[in-house]
Design a protein around this ligand. Structure first.
Ligand code: BGC
Length: 250
């Protein structure tokens, strides 16, 4: 069995599991540690080290980490939802040096999108332009053209009606502002209409924890393309990170 360790760094938790790469499934329980506060590079790298130790994997097991920020060339240009001290840090180099193991790093939405293309929605549909989005603390995005990732897109930060889009339409905002589904659907409609207008995708995939409740909002969105729920749910980030590492970061 081909396996790798995937680790998903989020705003509230850092989660890891060993992944069966052929099936795209966990072969262990998920191990979760609260995201340290403040979530500085050193504190987060410590937690990642604890997760690696927990799984006690040998030196040949690839390790992939997905991160809630873009990483063009490996280095973070801006950070929306973790500590600002990450800006300018090369994530894979920093964590690798800190834990004494080679690691591969990629954006969290790119990671979840990769897993979804391999083992979820993408099994049936991987032609044309697919835009994968995650609705969570922020909005993450991953663009695929004929199944190939165009990395580090940041469609959660489109400015729409004078707002950073994720500050209006992320799932966390629905809770924060205590929005009814009707009001939240309006915001999603505005957001996804703009994404569809700018990119003419063939399909938009909606992931993130809220996609479990997709029947509450997806049927009400009117778009010129298909919009479907992600199939992998909360395993996707970890599975994608493990896959990315096993493939040498490509
Ligand atoms: C970040 C993205 C990330 C998304 C989901 C956004 O605020 O800029 O890089 O993918 O949140 O975590």
């Amino acid at each position: 069995m081909r396996t790798a360790l995937g680790i998903d760094v989020g705003g509230s938790g850092v989660k890891g599991a060993l992944v069966d790469l052929d099936k795209g499934e966990f072969i262990t329980e998920r191990h979760r540690i609260d995201t340290p506060k403040p979530a500085t590079p050193e504190a987060v790298a410590d937690v990642i080290g604890q997760i690696v130790t927990h799984f006690d994997c040998d030196n040949d097991t690839p390790i992939g980490v997905c991160f809630p920020a873009p990483l063009p060339g490996g280095t973070i240009p801006f950070m929306a939802n973790l500590d600002q001290s990450w800006v300018g840090v090369n994530v894979a180099d920093y964590i690798g040096q800190h834990i004494g193991r080679k690691v591969f790093a990629l954006n969290d939405a790119d990671s979840a999108g990769l897993a979804e293309m391999r083992h979820g929605v993408g099994k049936e549909r991987n032609r044309g332009v697919t835009i994968f989005t995650t609705l969570g603390t922020g909005i993450g995005s991953a663009i695929f053209v004929d199944g190939i990732l165009v990395p580090n897109s940041e469609l959660g930060h489109l400015e729409i009606d004078g707002y950073d889009a994720e500050k209006r339409a992320a799932a966390s905002i629905r809770k924060l502002e205590d929005l009814s589904w009707k009001k939240y659907i309006k915001r999603l409609q505005r957001y996804y209409s703009e994404v569809a207008k700018l990119f003419s995708p063939d399909v938009i995939v909606v992931g993130g924890g809220i996609s479990r409740k997709h029947e509450k909002f997806l049927p009400y969105l009117e778009l010129p393309c298909d919009i479907v729920p992600a199939q992998l749910r909360n395993t996707a980030g970890i599975v994608g990170a493990a896959t990315f590492a096993a493939e040498g970061g490509h």
